[in-house]
Design a protein around this ligand. Structure first.
Ligand code: AHM
Ligand code: MG
Length: 331
């Protein structure tokens, strides 16, 4: 580990980088770090605390919620709502967006969050994550928020980040000036800067896709994966955890591409534009990578609904370009 800079120190030291800085964003980032520590504590003791398994409820996508999904959602909601910085929150686990404080009339920021991604992996001790992004409100302060505050293009993100509850717990985020990663020291209960200025390596040779989807996937993805398989002599290898934050984080460090393609039955893929694709696309861009859907940039997509899905391809630029060539070959 390099010089011991805590997350809090780093946030304070870099707050001058935020345009129109008022301290609210600094507080908000600090709150996310606190909520992440609370969720981390529960994730770590889930097997002992009787909070494994399904909660018996379903989220807005008709997916069975895990007890930890519900816990993580409540924790982030409680902490973010209590601060003064957030006007409204959109959560993958909630049908509608939620107003904070005074009907969302005060607070400068909108938070989009997937409180616990990959939670179907919890019961088998596989890494899971939280994904978040922060936008400025569009509606003037003092007015009630509207759809346009929540349905912003990814290019408007002020901050994007994730927490990886893995063999160690990390918080990785960008404010648009590079990507920095912090590792939680459980003995001290602090995140310390461990991965400054994260960048995809020059080249990558990992491809990550749910192989069972391939027969149903679009032609370009099929052609691209065939090419990867044939490139085994060049060191290409398949790695798929099925936990987006973990797959993305590994590929960011080792170099590679993650694909959740459009398929015949699901032309919009599975992942959610606002909670999963846009934040990771912003981080990828800041780390020298790229992210696209079937047609082009993820970041430029303007969502038309809160829980909109999108095909998602993210990773090293040269791999995204190779995939793009396959799209061109397939008209
Ligand atoms: P979730 O938000 O319900 O947890 O679903 C998202 C997860 C991602 O973490 C992962 O990359 C993907 O779903 C795996 O899907 P599949 O099982 O279809 O491969
Ligand atoms: Mg998710």
């Amino acid at each position: 580990m390099s010089k011991t800079i805590t997350l809090q120190e780093f946030i304070m030291d870099t707050q001058a980088e935020f345009p129109f800085v008022s301290g609210q964003l600094t507080r908000l980032l600090t709150d996310i770090g606190v909520a992440a520590k609370i969720v981390n504590h529960q994730v770590n003791r889930a097997g002992l605390a009787g909070i494994l398994g399904e909660a018996g409820s379903q989220n807005s996508h008709d997916e069975a919620q895990q007890k930890l999904d519900v816990f993580a959602d409540r924790t982030f909601m409680r902490i973010l709502t209590a601060g003064k910085s957030v006007a409204g929150i959109g959560s993958e686990e909630q049908d509608q967006y939620v107003f904070c404080g005074d009907d969302g009339k005060s607070g400068k920021y909108i938070v989009m969050i997937d409180p616990l991604d990959g939670s179907s992996n919890v019961d088998v001790n596989v890494s899971i994550g939280t994904i978040f992004s922060i936008y400025r409100r569009v509606t003037p302060m003092g007015e009630t928020l509207s759809d346009q505050d929540f349905l912003q293009a990814g290019t408007e993100q002020v901050v994007a980040g994730y927490v990886l509850y893995g063999s160690s717990t990390m918080l990785v985020y960008t404010t648009g000036s590079g990507v920095n990663g912090f590792t939680l020291d459980p003995a001290v209960g602090e995140f310390f800067l461990s991965h400054p200025k994260m960048q995809f390596p020059e080249t990558g040779s990992i491809y990550s896709i749910n192989d069972a989807l391939l027969g149903q996937a679009n032609e370009a993805t099929q052609q691209f994966i065939t090419g990867c398989r044939e490139a085994i002599d060049n060191g290409f290898k398949a790695r798929y955890i099925g936990s987006l934050v973990s797959d993305f984080h590994r590929n960011l460090i080792k170099g590679g591409i993650y694909l959740y393609p459009s398929t015949k039955d699901h032309p919009q893929g599975k992942l959610r534009l606002l909670y999963e694709c846009a934040p990771l696309a912003f981080i990828a861009l800041q780390a020298g990578g790229s992210a696209e859907d079937d047609h082009g940039s993820i970041l430029e997509k303007v969502p038309s609904s809160l829980h909109e899905r999108s095909p998602f391809y993210v990773g090293n630029i040269h791999l995204i370009q190779a995939l793009r060539s396959c799209w061109m070959n397939n008209g």
